[in-house]
Design a protein around this ligand. Structure first.
Ligand code: SF4
Ligand code: FES
Length: 251
């Protein structure tokens, strides 16, 4: 059954101008459409009327790139757990619903236009230390290093972070701790990443602070909205690593 919906969508022409929620009534929405396909169809209508299309980010549309970044009815990525907004389908809503769509809200993620935010702060955190720079051989050498199964699985679970930023958007402190801790964990848990563990922890956390992300007060909102269900136990690991690095550096 096609649905009729009222959308309240954040429109903001540029970073330094005031934005506001604008109402759109949409009809004939198929329950089988993805949320982004529904927005595509709204944009086709706007463009056919000569109006400005709603800007929003997306790329893979299958939950792997981390580009989609919409707050749907107050929840980053919408109502389904472990799901990116590009994987959300309209059958999750009912005929006659009103749906509010907003961008990520955080000082470190300024709005570019409408629903698009600038997440380059995450890139700078990775640039600060989210890599292994020692010579650890090629892929065959890596495969030859015996790593306990539980350690390999923890590292792989942490590597599942797609850098979407929903954890920041959900946190009342706009903390990037879940993102940073996932990136730190997936490197430092493995033997190839261990030698640079201290430098990495100090550099990435310093960069996150410099970007204006807040601290962590253990609210757990980040874990609740994370589409990859990254656990907050990563944040505890990051804190241990950071403290050890501070002590080792004699700070
Ligand atoms: S930890 Fe989760 S919510 Fe945060 S950036 Fe990574 S995938 Fe997105
Ligand atoms: S568009 Fe790639 S994760 Fe949503």
């Amino acid at each position: 059954m096609p649905m009729k919906l009222t959308l309240k969508i954040w429109r903001q022409a540029a970073p330094d101008v005031a934005g506001r929620l604008v109402d759109y009534t949409v009809e004939d929405v198929s329950p089988d459409m993805s949320f982004l396909e529904m927005l595509d169809s709204v944009n086709e209508t706007l463009i056919s009327r000569g109006q400005d299309a709603i800007q929003f980010d997306s790329d893979c549309r299958e939950g792997i790139c981390g580009m989609c970044s919409l707050v749907v009815n107050g929840v980053p990525h919408g109502p389904d757990r472990g799901t990116t907004v590009c994987q959300l389908h309209m059958r999750r809503f009912r005929d006659g619903d009103t749906i509010t769509v907003e961008p990520w809200r955080a000082r470190a993620f300024p709005v570019v236009k409408d629903l698009v935010v600038d997440r380059s702060a995450f890139d700078r955190i990775i640039t600060a230390g989210g890599y292994i720079s020692i010579n650890c051989g090629g892929a065959p050498d890596g495969n030859a290093i015996p790593i306990p199964k539980d350690v390999a699985e923890s590292a792989m679970d942490s590597a599942a972070c797609i850098g979407c930023g929903a954890c920041v958007a959900a946190c009342k402190n706009a903390s990037a701790h879940l993102f940073v801790s996932a990136k730190l964990s997936h490197l430092s848990l493995l033997p190839q990443g261990a030698p640079e563990r201290d430098r990495r922890a100090l550099a990435m956390i310093a960069q996150a602070d410099a970007e204006g992300f807040g601290s962590c007060s253990n609210e757990g909102e980040c874990e609740a909205v994370c589409p990859k269900e990254i656990p907050i136990s990563n944040i505890a690991r990051m804190t241990r690593e950071y403290c050890a690095a501070v002590v080792a550096a004699g700070r």
